[in-house]
Design a protein around this ligand. Structure first.
Ligand code: ADP
Ligand code: ZN
Length: 516
């Protein structure tokens, strides 16, 4: 009998397991229920493919991605493994070959799409084929509050019960709620859980408040001239203007977004893969199919939509393990925009709540007060030591007790009945008369002018940190008027204090610097 280690080299051609793979393979080979959480590219497929070869009988692999299934089947077949897929993309011959292999008892791995679980024949076929293991790829598709929900995934739990075989579930999505939902929907009892490899120590993490954002991106790119990089932007229009600005500064740069012809997009993808030192300025439409190991940097000109999106996007840098840099810009406008995007979306309330949570996690990371990697990885369930490879390890920020400023801000909000946005609230705090303050007689409020000690820019940063700490939220139905959240109440009552970062407050946001 071959050991997993033998098969690793003889069938898959690898010298060693990647971090985490061996423990997962051992647990799955031993027939234990397993939930494994590994980042994209971490090597999840090996963790069910290899055990499938160690175990008697057939392993059924449930995956929602037909193209990926076909790739894996082809690679397995080339390695001499009896594998097949039953998908809507099959030719008749392919399907016949799969059925023959099942009937002969030869097939070791059978990939199926979740839709197939809806047909009653599938269960009987799997029983007949001596199915001895269920592997579920992209297991987060079972989560109703996630964006990849696939109703047919809800049938997997029943299939496991009928077949009475172990189940191994795999996902790259690590937030605690999704994990808990996977466990309740797929398993009877808590499976053995593995969480591995989220750290990408070669990637430098840096966040900066927007302070002349175009210039910030240009300086970042200038320090990395001639290296391949991606700049992610929030809008299509911005990808075009920023790509032009980069070209004007002597970089090789082009733009990419979903509004372009498929052919033009493919051309950018091809150039990026093949040419050295090209910068692609893109919306999030860019990246899915990109497999370029030597992307040296990724910059976000606008705040991503969630901590997961952030991690996936920066994770495209430095796949080769060599040093890579990232920079993420953020401002109050971004926070407002992302909140509104969630609130105005069509998702059910629970999903919106979850999305606000994922955004909060990212904002917490942006305004982190200690090592960013510690903040990032603790969200994904790991607990590393300070990394020495992020802006905060490099230069720890100065903190101060911001309780008084936050209380003044909250009080200004409440006195004005939570009906106004940041701009007007700052006018009230600083006692700046405008048509609007006169119209609402806000100069008669007790809070009027109580915040004259801070300039406007610093108040903006206080509000931004308050949004980051989720003490206030813009109300989409009231044009972004700020409302107080529950965690803010003890602060207002004087029962809790708040620590703020001084650096992002004393370097206020201002308009993009005019280029000389
Ligand atoms: P995931 O499904 O986690 O995104 P994959 O299973 O597709 O990742 O693996 C990503 C890449 O890593 C693949 O090209 C795979 O061949 C490679 N890989 C997996 N395990 C190993 C290993 N032990 N040694 C070297 N390469 C590996
Ligand atoms: Zn650090």
């Amino acid at each position: 009998m071959n050991t997993p280690k033998d098969l690793l080299s003889s069938v898959f051609g690898f010298d060693a397991f990647r971090p985490g793979q061996e423990e997962i393979v051992d647990a799955v080979c031993a027939g234990r229920d397993v939930l494994a959480i590994m980042p994209t590219g971490g090597g999840k497929s090996l963790c069910f493919q290899l055990p499938a070869l160690c175990r008697d009988g057939l392993t059924v692999v449930i995956s929602p991605l037909i193209a990926l299934m076909r790739d894996q089947v082809r690679a397995l077949q080339e390695a001499g493994v009896e594998a097949g897929a039953l998908t809507s993309g099959n030719t008749e011959e392919e399907t016949d070959a799969v059925w023959r292999a099942i009937d002969d008892g030869r097939l070791k791995l059978l990939y199926i799409a979740p839709e197939r679980l809806a047909s009653t024949g599938t269960e009987r076929m799997l029983q007949r084929a001596n199915c001895s293991l269920i592997a579920v790829d992209e297991a987060h598709c079972v989560s109703q509050w996630g964006h990849d929900f696939r109703p047919d995934y809800l049938r997997i739990g029943a299939l496991r019960k009928t077949l009475g075989v172990p189940l191994a579930a795999f996902t790259a999505t690590a937030d605690a709620e999704t994990r808990a939902e996977i466990v309740t929907r797929l398993f009877d009892a808590a499976p053995e859980t593995f969480l591995h490899g989220f750290d990408r120590p070669n990637i430098t993490l840096t966040f900066q408040p927007k302070d002349g954002p175009r210039q910030q991106i240009l300086s970042f790119a200038a320090a990395r001239k001639g290296q391949s990089g991606i700049v992610y932007c929030g809008t299509r229009a911005k990808t075009e203007t920023l790509a032009r600005a980069l070209s004007d500064s002597g970089h090789l740069a082009c733009y990419y977004h979903g509004g372009m012809d498929a052919e033009d997009r493919r051309e950018v993808e091809r150039r990026f893969q093949q040419e050295d030192g090209l910068i692609v300025v893109a919306t999030v439409a860019f990246g899915m199919g990109i497999d370029k190991p030597d992307i040296r940097w990724v910059a976000h000109a606008d705040l991503p939509k969630s901590i997961e999106a952030y991690y996936q996007e920066i994770g495209r840098a430095g796949r080769d393990g060599a040093p890579a840099d990232t920079l993420t810009l953020f401002g109050s406008d971004d926070i407002r925009y992302r909140r509104q995007q969630i609130d105005e979306g069509l998702a059910p309330p629970e999903m919106k709540q979850a999305d606000h949570g994922r955004l909060n996690a990212l904002l917490g990371l942006a305004e982190a007060q200690v090592c960013r990697r510690v903040a990032l990885l603790s969200y994904f369930g790991e607990s590393p030591a300070p990394c020495g490879n992020c802006d905060l390890c490099e230069a720890p920020p100065e903190l101060f007790d911001g309780t008084e400023a936050v209380r003044k801000a909250l009080s200004a909000m409440l006195r004005t009945e939570e009906r106004f946005g940041t701009g007007h609230l700052i006018d009230v705090l600083r006692g700046t008369e405008t048509d609007k303050t006169r119209r609402f007689a806000h100069h008669t409020l007790p809070t009027w002018g109580c915040g004259r000690d801070l300039p406007k820019g610093q108040w903006q940063a206080v509000f931004r940190q308050m949004m980051g700490l989720d003490l206030v939220r813009p109300d989409a139905e009231r044009h972004g008027a700020l409302r107080m959240t529950d965690p803010a109440r003890p602060i207002l009552r004087g029962e809790a204090s708040v620590t703020l970062r001084r650096d992002t407050i004393e370097r206020p946001e201002r308009r993009p610097a005019v280029k000389q």
